[in-house]
Design a protein around this ligand. Structure first.
Ligand code: HEM
Length: 408
């Protein structure tokens, strides 16, 4: 039987909006306001345009929602939880190649084509390259040290080199695409700036696709030119992969290092046993939940976990809250690299579950232990409170991470 504990006697104005303010408390914890709402796994919430939808903070409810094809990912059906600069109430449909905003059968067609090329085996084969790029970045950092901005010296270049290698995008062109990708994820950038960044990114990828068609090389983009995808689709997919590959892992590496430096017992445990690297990566993914939130829209009336979601309602899945659900992860606010954190939803769940997750895991499992082994005395160069946080971005992280170490 369905029930709606929040419906009776509540006016729209009384309903909560999505809490985003992290100014108080620990930089790794969800906003306090969000934690306060997490007693109810699927509560009613007011959106930026006044729409009344849902906020999911429970792990079981989130899994059920994300796995259910009656919930759509199409952008044009969604309401925004927070106001976005210059964005009208309605979000435009996904641009060509942006498979995150598509449903079956369009999504299935693209996803099948890509999954075949993103196998665990292929990603593991990239390990050697990841190791080489990691070493090169650490060498440069050590030589320029004994202080560095870890974001610029390590967390950004390692994933950038890897995604460029995988796609066949020249790393030397990064001036052309890095700032555009940053604008796309920046929630303070207005719709016009985002549009310009997207057009410029697609133009760059479009030129690259033509070059790959004319002269294929040994990389994913060239490989995809042998499929039935059009040039426009290829440029769009290339842009999505480049953007996702550049920013997400980079933020995990920088914020993850900050979290480890802030939890010396965990840092020491990982240093003492690098065999814990894979497990540490899962726990950091859970604990930090940098890609948040995920949005869906009900295509019909759906009952989830005993709650009726009406057709047309937007559902905001708060990955941060879900990954701290005490019913799923005991003592959830503790970073504990010995716990089995698998089952977290940091990579999403269901048909849109992250395509690059194996690659991201390989990168992090190599990069964290290598960084700690190279700099046994690595520490923050500023008080923790002075580390600037990337709060108004689709991907959470730090703007910079000043670090220092003793030279030997
Ligand atoms: C630690 C790093 C990463 C995190 C936390 C992350 C997180 C996510 C999440 C939560 C989703 C689901 C979105 C939704 O359901 O609406 C997703 C989808 C996706 N990710 Fe990642 N991601 C990471 C790294 C990467 C990398 C390295 C790549 C590319 C090589 C990538 C490519 C994609 C793509 C293409 C999708 C869309 C899949 C689809 O819609 O079928 N991600 N990612």
């Amino acid at each position: 039987m369905s029930h709606d504990p929040n419906a009776v006697g509540t006016t729209t104005d009384d309903l909560p909006t999505l809490p985003t303010d992290r100014h108080t408390g620990c930089p790794f914890d969800p906003p306090e306001g969000l934690t306060a709402l997490s007693d109810e796994p699927m509560r009613r919430m007011r959106y930026a345009d006044g729409h009344v939808g849902r906020l999911v903070t429970g792990h079981a409810a989130a899994r059920a929602t994300l796995a259910d094809p009656r919930f759509s990912s199409r952008y044009e059906l969604l309401h925004l939880p927070e106001p976005m600069e210059g964005m009208p109430g309605q979000i435009p449909p996904a641009p060509i190649g942006d498979i995150i905003g598509l449903d079956a059968p369009e999504h299935t067609r693209y996803r099948r084509l890509l999954t075949g090329r993103f196998t665990v085996r292929r990603m593991r084969q990239l390990t050697e390259r990841v190791e080489r790029f990691t070493k090169e970045c650490l060498d440069a950092m050590e030589e320029a040290g004994p202080t560095a901005d870890l974001v610029e010296a390590f967390a950004q270049p390692v994933p950038a080199l890897v995604i460029c290698e995988l796609l066949g995008v020249p790393y030397s062109d990064r001036e052309r695409f890095q700032s555009q990708v940053a604008t796309l994820f920046d929630q303070t950038a207005d719709a016009g700036a985002k549009g310009d960044a997207h057009t410029a990114l697609l133009q760059y990828l479009g030129e690259l696709v033509l070059a790959k068609r004319a002269e294929p090389t040994d990389d994913l983009l060239s490989d995809l030119t042998t499929s039935d995808l059009t040039d426009e689709e290829l440029a769009g997919i290339g842009g999505l992969l480049l953007a996702a590959g550049l920013d997400t892992t980079a933020n995990m590496l920088a914020l993850g290092t900050f979290a480890l430096l802030s939890n010396p017992d965990q840092l020491d445990a990982l240093r003492a046993d690098p065999g814990l690297a894979a497990q540490t990566v899962e726990e950091l993914l859970r604990y930090l939940s940098v890609a948040d939130p995920l949005l869906r829209s009900a295509l019909e009336d759906v009952e989830v976990d005993g709650t009726l979601i009406k057709a047309g309602e937007t559902v905001t899945v708060s990955v941060q809250a879900v990954n701290r659900d005490p019913r799923r992860f005991p003592d959830p606010d503790r970073l504990d690299i010995h716990r089995k954190a698998t089952g977290h939803l940091a990579f999403g769940h269901g048909v849109h579950q992250c395509l690059g997750q194996q690659l991201a895991r390989v990168e992090m499992a190599v990069a964290f232990p290598a960084l700690l082994a190279r700099f046994p005395t690595l520490r923050l160069a500023v008080p923790p409170r002075e580390v600037p946080l990337r709060e108004r971005s689709n991907i959470y992280g730090v703007v910079s991470l000043p670090v220092t170490w003793d030279q030997v």
